[in-house]
Design a protein. Structure first.
Length: 198
């Protein structure tokens, strides 16, 4: 069946869309433990970009799992498929000329490497929201750690499932030492050159 799938060449290109938007498009991938601050920081980054006229869209773990990936569990193979689908979706959005912000635990290095392969290195900014499991558990915004400790949640990253921290992220935010505002400014400063059209 695959031999019958032939890509159609449309006349409006990614470069055309970027030119129309007056900025480059790429993916900001926020990774870290549940409760680390990924979504909070991504939300403020998007607000700051929006204020300056940058066309954006945020993909978030809970929102995507309610729709696109509502058939997936938290077993390792489903986590991999979850990230693959999100990467493919983000790739389409980057092609559409948007700056995509994606906030996902994405605990496995091989899955994050696969995102880079899908969207291409040049379109990928890895942002490691580095917060200790102790601090995430103290915050426990969604009550997930408490449930995991009680055995109500299986495969909880940081408790009963591993988190493979990025070794060389583009940006590392340590939320126990940095405010949200400081984190946002660091991210904005890093991506300004990427936004500018040559």
């Amino acid at each position: 069946m695959k031999e019958n799938i032939i890509a159609h060449n449309y006349q409006v290109s990614k470069a055309d869309r970027q030119e129309s938007n007056k900025h480059n498009s790429f993916l900001l991938w926020f990774t870290g433990l549940s409760g680390s601050g990924k979504s909070t920081i991504a939300n403020v980054v998007e607000q700051e970009l929006h204020k300056t006229g940058i066309k954006t869209y945020t993909l978030d773990g809970d929102n995507v799992r309610k729709g696109l990936n509502n058939d997936l569990t938290f077993a390792p193979e489903d986590r991999t498929e979850n990230i693959r689908r999100i990467a493919e979706t983000a790739n389409l959005m980057v092609d559409a000329g948007l700056v995509v912000l994606a906030a996902f635990v994405s605990p496995y290095k091989k899955d994050r490497d696969n995102i880079k392969n899908i969207v291409k290195d040049v379109n990928f900014v890895e942002i490691f929201i580095n917060t200790s499991v102790e601090e995430c558990e103290r915050r426990d915004v969604k009550g997930l750690y408490k449930k995991a400790r009680a055995g109500e949640i299986k495969n909880m990253t940081g408790i009963s499932a591993p988190y493979e921290a990025p070794e060389n992220p583009d940006i590392e935010i340590k939320t126990e030492n940095q405010t949200v505002e400081e984190a946002v400014q660091e991210i904005i400063k890093f991506i300004i050159p990427k936004l500018n059209r040559q």
